[in-house]
Design a binder for this molecule. Structure first.
Ligand code: MG
Length: 509
């Protein structure tokens, strides 16, 4: 990129971008603060960090609701035919932000803030004490907030549409419903076959194997370098819940968690976060500092993390190719051949906890949450109905029943943080990942051969060109249609899963 080169030329958009710079700076500050909160902040800093963050949020809100900003957006909308795709993207994203800021009143904002401070504490203590009743009133409050938010945002068909749209622009309940009603029964049959076949084991001795944290970190750094993480614009740290934080174009950080046993977990966790980070690192530099300089949505973001985690990290060819590295840093891998390590990386078993689920049963966990959310938002159930419904659905879907709330309704932080409408993006992202990977192997003739030699340049560049560089110029579904001719479809994932779980074992042994 040449210095000073820009894709934004229309005078109205240029003025709009100038007006948005302080918003960008505030979000930069909040991202850096939340990264720090999750990594190195001393515990004593929590209360003031919360206050500072809330003040910054108020300031952002004031700026986004400034009538002069909306006037500029209106002016740009009235001249939309004169704008290029990037400029249109800016106008679309700002219109969304203004709409959201208007819908969330001060009163609603204060209620949401209470949920994510006091309510979150109640959730933590409820989980620790195994007592759902401690958190129950807060879940009722979360449902009530979600319903009011949906009403205020507006929707055509279903209040849940308004909430889905917050996380993945344009996503609708009817689409999610169609996906799950097709996917879940077919997946259930597949899981039964895989469990009967036993090539992919339910348990493995390596799950209990320990590792040295320092040595594991060295391994992760080697693997991230091989995959192509740009260390000059990123870093690797530790946090209780792994995440990726895009602070700015030149600063995209990831974290992992070291539990000290079950070595595949930090390895796959790091590869997952790499997929997220690569998306942010490969957004066109010319979009930095603008409202379209970040990813298009959470579903499409998850497609990137899942592609690298599942289609690369858990593949037989990747495990075979990095086996010597695994051994060097985690000596217990020397006791097993690569195929056995591959099987360990791909256990399949019905389980209770979503974040520990395999790539097949995982979607049952997501479906259950979607169904419960959708019923809550429709007003069909209250918080007190959720534990029983949860346990019953677990039994129906996976044949397992939680023994305590921490293995059931209290396991996820999402509702406790007032996120309703987020869960479906996990499944949609995975389905889209399968489509994207299939498309890559078809379009790039020697693509798979290159990957098998651990040459990831061609895959990275292909993803940059098709998806990453655009930031949020287009809404997620439009972007996916342009890039890979469609969005998240069960067929793409099932085709991949049936090949991997039913046909591949015959070729490998
Ligand atoms: Mg993720």
């Amino acid at each position: 990129m040449e210095a000073g080169e820009t894709v934004f030329k229309h005078p109205t958009v240029v003025r709009l971008l100038e007006a948005c710079k302080p918003l960008w700076a505030l979000s930069y500050a909040r991202n850096l603060m939340s990264w720090d909160t999750a990594t190195y902040m001393p515990p004593g800093g929590a209360a003031e960090r919360g206050l500072a963050s809330a003040e910054i949020m108020k300031l952002s809100r004031r700026l986004i609701l400034d009538p002069s900003l909306e006037k500029l957006v209106e002016e740009a909308e009235s001249r939309i035919d004169e704008l290029n795709v990037y400029e249109r993207g800016v106008v679309r994203v700002l219109r969304r932000e203004i709409k959201y800021a208007k819908a969330v009143t001060d009163e609603l904002l204060a209620r949401m803030a209470r949920v994510s401070s006091e309510g979150l504490q109640a959730w933590r203590s409820a989980k620790e004490k195994e007592r759902f009743d401690v958190w129950k009133p807060w879940l009722d409050e979360v449902i009530s907030i979600a319903r009011e938010l949906a009403e205020r945002l507006g929707y055509d068909e279903h209040p849940y549409d308004a909430l889905l749209d917050i996380f993945e622009e344009g996503l609708r309940r009817s689409y999610v419903e169609k996906v799950f009603s097709n996917l879940i029964p077919r997946l259930k049959k597949l899981v039964e076959k895989v469990l009967a076949d036993e090539f992919y084991p339910r348990r493995h001795p390596l799950e209990g194997a320990g590792y040295e944290k320092a040595s594991m970190e060295k391994l992760l750094r080697r693997l991230l370098t091989i995959l192509g993480y740009d260390w000059s614009r990123g870093r690797l740290d530790e946090s209780p819940h792994p995440f990726t934080m895009p602070i700015a174009w030149g600063d995209v950080r990831i974290t992992v968690r070291y539990e000290g046993y079950d070595p595949r977990r930090p390895i796959l966790g790091a590869i997952h976060e790499f997929g997220h980070a690569l998306y942010d690192q490969q957004i066109d530099r010319r979009l930095a500092l603008t409202p379209i300089g970040s990813a298009a949505g959470l579903g499409i973001h998850e497609s990137q993390s899942r592609l690298w985690e599942l289609m690369v990290g858990q593949s037989y060819w990747f495990i075979r190719a990095v086996k010597h590295l695994l051994e060097r840093y985690v000596p217990v891998f020397r006791d097993y051949d690569w195929l056995e390590v591959y099987r360990y990386f791909n256990l399949v078993r019905p389980s209770l906890v979503r974040v520990e689920a395999d790539e097949l049963t995982y979607h049952m966990h997501v479906y259950l949450r979607y169904r419960i959310e959708e019923m809550m938002v429709r007003g069909e159930i209250r918080a007190s109905d959720v534990p029983e419904l949860w346990d019953r659905m677990m039994e129906e879907l996976l044949g397992v029943r939680p023994r305590k709330p921490s293995e059931g309704v209290l396991q996820d932080i999402h509702w406790a943080e007032c996120y309703v409408g987020y869960f479906p993006t996990y499944t949609l992202g995975t389905l889209l990942a399968a489509r994207i990977f299939k498309r890559f192997t078809r379009e790039v003739e020697d693509g798979l051969e290159k990957l098998e030699k651990l040459d990831f340049t061609v895959l990275r560049e292909w993803l940059r060109e098709k998806i990453h560089r655009w930031g949020s110029t287009f809404p997620p579904r439009e972007l996916a249609e342009k890039a890979v001719g469609g969005y998240a479809e069960p067929d793409d994932f099932l085709e991949y899963a049936e090949w991997k779980y039913l046909r591949l074992p015959g070729e490998l042994v």
